[in-house]
Design a protein around this ligand. Structure first.
Ligand code: NAG
Length: 342
């Protein structure tokens, strides 16, 4: 796993170069939180059948990886079923069943479908294997042992490792409804970020002075260096406007992406957008998406001191090591991305 090693300044710098830093936010209706994050402090309950706490409380993978969520029995009731569910954030809404199995067979349900199976490494193993991780797989999962008498469960968090990037409409700042925000993230090879993902990005150095939609329909933004133009409050933290009207209100978006299967590279030249498109095509590649550029920057320390066209018509350059006079010109090359690793 890459050790991510950068400071808040690097990111601020990178983002600054991508967009001019923006604008005044009304401070009237913003709340802000400091560096607190809810953690469960309850002692794990001793269970009769399931090992608790589970072998790992958190399992981490990147998009495309295969992971196993551990759930191990320490003794076996005579008859039982194992039910795996994905918990909704806040534990509201319908139960999202992934599978129910007895000792002989399992029946997959829900959005994981055939990507989910029981590992069955031994007779006490009820661990869940998830193949080909997708961006939306992050979250809390529950392994439940059902024997009709004393049902037991353990909870495991699956975290897809990745990077959060802010995204703004071509038409300018604060032009996206919630549904449009979801669509632009998908167009850029991402999904709307969750609060947890934004929070983690903030701890890794994300400071962004424009509010964006998150997956839960709230609008928030991360501030490391409090300044008057970025809303009230003397402390760093995630500023929140709370839930907004998904049909009517317009903001930017915070998207989340992870590892991809291609590689982003730079073709130098002073291209128009059209010429850049063709330059990539001649190499059997295509112009990169914003999410792909961020993934290359985050996972592969991609650093390129020249602006390049991306498929959405923006010109960007990824900087890991901020330096003078980097990216001051808009001589555009192109960011190509091959469909597979070279
Ligand atoms: C994940 O598992 C599938 C099915 O077993 C396998 O074909 C694939 O190569 C695995 N992928 C990775 C990244 O290990």
């Amino acid at each position: 796993m890459d050790l991510i090693n950068f400071t808040g300044k690097d990111i601020v710098r990178t983002f600054k170069m991508n967009w001019a830093l923006l604008l005044l936010l009304a401070s009237c209706c913003i709340t802000w939180s400091t560096a607190e994050h809810s953690t469960s402090s309850a002692e794990p309950r001793k269970l009769k059948y399931l090992i608790n706490p589970p072998v790992f409380a958190e399992v981490i993978g990147r998009r495309g990886d295969n992971v196993t969520l551990p759930c191990i029995l320490q003794s076996k009731p005579n008859f039982y079923k194992v039910k795996w569910t994905k918990l909704q954030p806040g534990h509201v809404g319908p139960e999202n069943i992934i599978m129910i199995s007895n000792s002989h067979a399992f029946k997959p349900y829900g959005h994981l479908g055939l990507r989910a199976s029981l590992r069955n490494a031994h007779s006490l193993d009820a661990s869940l294997t998830v193949t080909n991780l997708e961006l939306g797989d992050s979250g809390a999962y529950r392994c439940e042992l059902i024997n009709g008498i004393e049902d037991e469960s353990v909870q495991i968090t699956l975290r897809v490792e990745g990077v959060v990037f802010p995204y703004q409409s071509k038409n300018g700042r604060y032009k996206l409804t919630f549904h449009e925000a979801r669509a632009v993230c998908a167009e850029q090879d991402g999904i709307l970020a969750t609060y947890d993902q934004l929070y983690r990005a903030w701890t890794e150095g994300l400071d962004w002075c424009n509010a964006g939609w998150l997956a839960d329909g709230t609008v928030q933004y991360p501030i490391l260096y409090p300044r008057p133009v970025c809303g009230g409050g003397p402390l760093p933290g995630i500023r929140s406007y709370g839930p907004k009207n998904k049909q009517r209100d317009q903001f930017d978006a915070f998207c989340f992406t992870s590892q991809m299967s291609g590689v982003v590279y730079y073709i130098s030249g002073a291209f128009s957008f059209q010429q850049a498109t063709h330059a990539c095509q001649r190499q059997s590649a295509e112009l990169a998406l914003v999410g792909q550029l961020y993934a290359a920057w985050y996972f592969h320390n991609y650093d390129q001191c020249d602006g390049g066209w991306l498929r959405d018509g923006s010109v960007r350059f990824p900087i890991r090591n901020p330096r003078e006079r980097c990216g001051s010109t808009y001589e555009a090359g192109c960011m190509g991305t091959t469909r597979e690793w070279k």
